[in-house]
Design a protein around this ligand. Structure first.
Ligand SMILES: C[S@@+](CC[C@H](N)C(=O)[O-])C[C@H]1O[C@@H](n2cnc3c(N)ncnc32)[C@H](O)[C@@H]1O
Length: 394
């Protein structure tokens, strides 16, 4: 096989690639074909496919320098809350400040900082609250680290990028839309009750989805979580669970605010969600074909928040709150940040209101996105969960 094509039938409506993008995709495809060739039995489990297509150095979606974040007019693929408006970071600051005071620390550790948008709004907001933070970033993408550096340098703040997880961190951890970007396993319950794992093979010079019996670790994890619905296909994020388990070792005192789209387990593995939650994004086209445009499109899965909370408890951490993004932001005083006074012009007000509508609306980010707080050694009830805490639903 020389230059494998991606899936032969692309999802309808996907824009065609320009010559430069086609060239990049061909390089990614050759790299992926080699990974498949080296995999036992020529079968690359889906989590490894997702890992390589997103993070292969200089090739993967998050590693290769495409625009990614921002509105369609800016050439992005998707928009996150901090990209949408600085009001998100300014509002989050109230919760971060409370955690810092409760843990007697001024350290913030942000995972997966994207373009640096959240840090760019959070640091000035913390300064306004009298905190000069030590801001640390864990970022897997070398390209994004550079972008974050350029974006944050003008703040002249104490910002550093960590190469390894801290040994005994005290302070506030933040991860916005990071767990959804961690590689997931794809599985399918067969008609005879057996569990199969999905993966990618090369077939007739093209990538194709295939399946085989799931390894025992995967089967054990799923048997405990859901019935074997025949034909049911979904995902499980063992990497995010391992990440939270690790936090149990290194979070000495403080809280982690994990913000992402997802549900409690009974909704995640609902019988009617029989095709799972995997989503791909390319220039604001959302579809569900993870073989299309490898290296050029984002691949994500929703988060099973019950799994994350259970893992935190097993790791000796406390689960301090779980609620919708809308409720969390309102509890943290979002409305007080709206530029409604005379200083703001009409256009600024209209844009801020449109962004807030998107953050809060049930039909947009307000209900689908959740906030989970896990902690150690923090006693006080957290501001963001004062009303509408839904831990009982996990
Ligand atoms: C969907 S983007 C979100 C970016 C940003 N937090 C935002 O809200 O705009 C996912 C980010 O997580 C990073 N990432 C993924 N897995 C990670 C991990 N295990 N540790 C640190 N960063 C990670 C990606 O490189 C990227 O920066």
């Amino acid at each position: 096989m020389t230059d494998p094509q991606t899936s032969r039938n692309l999802p309808s409506g996907l824009p065609p690639l320009e010559p430069e993008a086609r060239e990049h995709q061909a390089a990614v495809a050759r790299y992926l074909a080699e990974q498949i060739r080296q995999a036992p039995g020529g079968f690359l489990p889906f989590d490894q496919w997702m890992h390589h297509t997103l993070y292969a150095p200089s090739l993967g979606y998050y590693a290769a320098g495409s625009t990614k974040f921002g509105g369609a007019t800016l050439g992005g693929d998707f928009t996150t809350a901090p990209e949408l408006t600085p009001l998100f970071g300014r509002t989050l600051a109230a919760q971060v400040a409370q955690v810092l005071r409760a843990s007697g620390s001024d350290s913030v550790l942000e995972f997966g900082a994207g373009s640096g948008a959240l840090a760019a709004s959070l640091i000035p907001a913390l300064r306004d609250l009298g905190i000069e933070p030590k801001y640390r970033i864990m970022e897997v993408s070398a390209d994004l680290k550079e972008r974050q550096f350029d974006r944050l340098a003008p703040l002249q703040a104490d910002v550093r990028w960590l190469d390894a997880l801290p040994d005994g961190f005290e302070g506030c951890v933040i991860a916005n839309e990071v767990m959804d970007a961690m590689p997931v396993h794809l599985f399918r319950w067969q008609e005879d009750g057996a569990l199969h794992e999905l993966g990618i093979v090369c077939e007739d010079d093209a990538f194709a989805m295939a399946q085989r019996e799931a390894p025992p670790q995967l089967a054990r994890a799923l048997e405990q979580r859901m019935p074997a619905y025949p034909g049911y296909r979904s995902e499980i994020n063992l990497q995010a669970e391992a990440w939270i388990r690790g936090m149990g070792d290194w979070l000495r005192r403080g809280a982690a605010l994990l913000i992402d789209y997802g549900f409690p387990r009974h909704e995640y593995y609902h019988p009617q969600r029989a095709e799972g939650t995997l989503m791909c994004h390319f220039r604001h086209h959302a579809h569900s074909d993870p073989l299309a445009y490898p290296g050029l499109q984002d691949i994500t899965a929703h988060v099973d928040f019950t799994a994350m909370a259970d893992t935190a408890l097993e790791a000796g951490l406390d689960v301090m709150g779980y609620t919708s993004q809308a409720r969390f932001l309102l509890n943290c005083g979002l409305m007080a940040h709206l530029p409604l006074n005379g200083a703001a012009d009409g256009m600024e007000q209209a844009m801020a209101l449109a962004a807030v509508q998107k953050l809060l609306s049930e039909a947009e980010m307000g209900e689908l996105f959740k906030v989970l707080a896990i902690a150690r050694g923090v006693e006080a009830p957290l501001l963001g969960f004062q009303q509408g805490d839904r831990r009982h639903r996990l």
